[in-house]
Design a protein around this ligand. Structure first.
Ligand code: ADP
Length: 483
């Protein structure tokens, strides 16, 4: 079975968040199940620079008005199609924003191009390979099912669209429609039209054969206005085609026994080694070592992630003898709030602003708690890394956080199955209660140790989820009409 995955970021080539981890790990998890998954991605400058030998699949003289070349290569075990289109992707900033953090004004074109090429591949531009299913991720690949549905070549290849975060929808003015190269009937409520604008994710959700999101709880939540962000009605209409499949993690990349980014390797029977990582972390963040718990945050600094709640709780954490180590970047107002909290508590709150993959590993290996008070969280990966590293997750009870953590309530503690602390409502008061529970647990060595060990035994692999995707692909293929 051949599947084309379409993603705007893929680890280890380029990453801004969890999508890259999923796009990088899922093909490897599907391979043992007999699924030949290739990934299509944009050839950003930094990506092209990392590639070895490439094969030219074809020239595309007119990709939404710009010349491009489709390349094929392998990188870190991943078979990749890469779109080399300097007009769209040769930029100095990130994949979506320029160096000042502003969205590129031609993002509509840059990612329509990604989807257009996906449908070209499905329709046979590579004589050596064509997918049985096209699997697009997020709004950047939202038009892939649309191009497939409206393409003149048939039979149409089945498509799946996965929502990693419905907050990002890719909405643009209707004025761009003629440049997308879609037939006029695609500007319709059953196509890309969305309240007189164009919605990329909306178009994908309308036209894909199947919809998935990255946890069962989030699949339910997005049916509600509070989480659906305007798309709840459409998703409600398609609920029978929607499934929530929780993300796994790449357990080679995230393995405390072999991780090269940490100070000392360890496993579930040898947790004493964590102390060396803790010491390295304390040095790195300029903390004054004590016996209290170190809470870490590895996150985009946004309202979604509840960073304002952490800022409000910072004094309380320090007052109870805790430390806070924060790695992230994002909203300048939140960065300022963190800076102010750190200034009030030198030696107790340490910050590194920016993106640092190796440091994110040390934080999981050396901190006691990973703090994730997200207001919504489609799946979340950092709590899964926390489980694997014995860094106890303290999380808001929402989305994938609700599905992957077993709360340390009395019954779960007695049965020794608890893996973290969950709280609800996700507000200042809820967080405060959770912190108090966490401090109490941390003071009880036996309880804490049991929590860490149960966490490290959790199944955070891709195995179960990969077979769910495989079954979904099979079901879709069986629906293709035999001519
Ligand atoms: P989201 O995709 O919403 O940002 P996830 O928890 O699903 O959240 O995934 C975030 C990913 O990005 C994780 O792999 C996390 O370790 C990583 N990450 C987030 N911020 C940073 C950072 N500042 N430095 C390094 N890695 C980070």
């Amino acid at each position: 079975m051949k599947v084309l995955s379409v993603a705007s970021e893929v680890f280890p080539l380029i990453k801004t968040g969890g999508l890259a981890d999923v796009a990088g790990a899922l093909p490897l998890a599907l391979a043992p199940l007999g699924i030949d998954m290739r990934t299509l991605m944009p050839g950003y400058t930094s990506v092209l620079a990392k590639l070895g030998t490439t094969r030219t699949v074809c020239d595309i003289p007119d990709l939404l008005g710009h010349p491009a070349t489709l390349l094929f290569t392998e990188h870190a075990g991943l078979p990749l199609y890469v779109i080399d289109c300097p007009d769209f992707y040769d930029r100095d900033g990130g994949p979506y924003v320029d160096e000042t953090g502003k969205d590129y004004i031609d993002n509509w074109q840059r990612f329509a191009a990604l989807s257009r090429v996906a449908s070209d591949i499905a329709n046979g531009v590579d004589p050596d390979w064509a997918p049985d299913v096209v699997h697009g991720h997020d709004w950047q690949a939202g038009l892939a099912p649309v191009y497939l549905k409206y393409s003149e070549v048939g039979p149409h290849t089945p498509s799946v669209i996965t929502i990693h975060n419905i907050a990002f929808q890719g909405q643009f003015s209707a004025q761009i429609f003629p440049a997308l190269g879609l037939p006029i009937d695609a500007y319709h409520v059953d196509g890309v039209e969305y309240y007189s604008n164009i919605g990329y994710l909306k178009g994908g959700l309308r036209t894909a054969w199947a919809l998935t999101t990255v946890s069962p709880t989030y699949a339910e939540e997005i049916l509600e206005p509070q989480f659906g962000m305007g798309l709840e009605g459409l998703i409600g209409e398609r609920v029978t085609d929607l499934v929530g499949i929780v993300n796994g993690i790449d357990d080679d990349v995230w393995n405390p026994e072999t991780d090269k980014h940490i100070a000392a390797n360890y496993n579930g029977v040898n947790l004493k080694k964590r102390r060396e990582n803790r010491a390295a972390l304390v040095r790195r963040f300029g903390l004054i070592a004590n016996d209290g718990p170190i809470f870490c945050v590895v996150s985009r600094l946004t309202w979604q992630k509840g960073i304002d709640l952490i800022i409000e709780a910072a004094d309380e954490i320090v007052a109870h003898g805790g430390k806070l180590a924060i790695l992230g970047s994002g909203d300048p107002v939140l960065e300022e709030g963190i800076r102010a909290a750190a200034a009030r508590h030198p030696g107790s709150i340490g910050i590194v602003f920016g993106y640092d993959e190796p440091l994110s590993h040390l934080m999981q290996a050396g901190s006691d708690v990973i703090l994730i008070p997200s207001r919504f969280e489609p799946c979340g990966l950092t709590q899964l890394y926390g489980l694997r590293y014995g860094c106890v997750p303290v999380v808001g009870k929402t989305g994938g956080l609700a599905d992957t953590i077993i709360d340390a309530n009395g019954a779960a503690l007695t049965a020794r199955v608890a893996t973290g602390v969950q709280f609800s409502p996700i507000d200042r008061h809820g967080l405060s209660q959770a912190l108090r529970r966490t401090f109490r647990l941390f003071e009880d060595d036996a309880a804490w140790n049991a929590l860490q060990k149960a966490a490290m035994k959790s199944d955070v692999s891709w195995q179960t989820s990969a077979s769910q995707y495989a079954n979904l692909y099979k079901t879709l293929i069986s629906r293709v009409a035999v001519p």
